[in-house]
Design a protein around this ligand. Sequence first.
Ligand code: PEP
Ligand code: MN
Length: 357
Amino acid sequence: MFVVMAPDATEDQVNNVKSHILAEGLAAHENRGTERVVVAALGEVGPRKDVLQSRFAALPGVESVTPISRPFKLTSREFHPEDTVVRVRDVAIGDGSFTVMAGPCSVESRDQLFETAEAVAAAGASVLRGGAFKPRTSPYSFQGLGLEGLRLLAEARERTGLPVVTEVMEPAQVDLVAEYADILQIGARNMQNYSLLMAVGRVAKPVLLKRGFAGTIEEWLMAAEYVMSSGNPNVILCERGIRTFETYMRNTLDLGAVPLLHHLTHLPVVTDPSHATGKRVLVKPLVLGSVAVGADGTLLEVHPRPEEALSDGEQSLTLPLFGEIMDLVGPVHDAVKSLHGDPVLSASALKIGGAKH
Ligand code: PEP
Ligand code: MN
């Protein structure tokens, strides 16, 4: 349940509410909004629900107590009405701008990474992507350069000034990857790896959480809830396509998820048209579609010679094609904002509820 404090509640009153929540064996998480503090009391309450609700409501400084009907709590708009803006170095994700994160699927060599990093930086990307630990479908495929890849990413950051996002595949790797990366990526295959989610929840680096191939929006938000409830509020959701009956494309990009998520959650939402389509020629229209539906950014695979790529060459953009996309993002973003208003606000007018199961 959410304990909503009165606008003039004192610090002591907020602390008192938190100690009552803890004394009941629940966890207390607070959100300091522009007008008031909301304290979430989280944990199994079972039949104590009504008693606890009236007990908390009677505490000094409390304005109201609302039960939470949705299974996701800290990720919900109800808990945190303002948009979360994830800041990493000079980049803000979720502040109304459109952030382009670009780079190779895998870090393959110093030359390949630096050539790509310099080109995407020059074309206007603001975050560099690149996999060092690669989750490959086949154990015989290139598995990534590991630590050497992380070192090259850190060097590329020094050369270009771009913060770096890279995947972490298991809890034992979290500290190492966090030492080199600015944003920790959780791949689609690990969306429900709860021990990994809790491990990245304990470090002070933002997390880019990809949607699983078969993850519902609610399961995806519950995965984000694991990260947030472990102590990390900086989660970016990445729609990277889900598996459907369609086979022409690698996956199906669920663009509708973007405005829906903006209604349900305060977390920033980006798309990944590269993994969603698996085809280079389909990336440009889906980047523009992502801008139009109000995404906070996009994650794109780029390779100077895609035909030589050790992974995901078919979907990797050439440097000229990446440049073409970058030239279109700004004008489409401005046009959508001026013609359509903020797609996020239009979504919030829809009063969207959960699906009936
Ligand atoms: C990637 O970003 O290179 C990747 C492996 O993505 P996903 O987890 O979405 O398949
Ligand atoms: Mn890839």
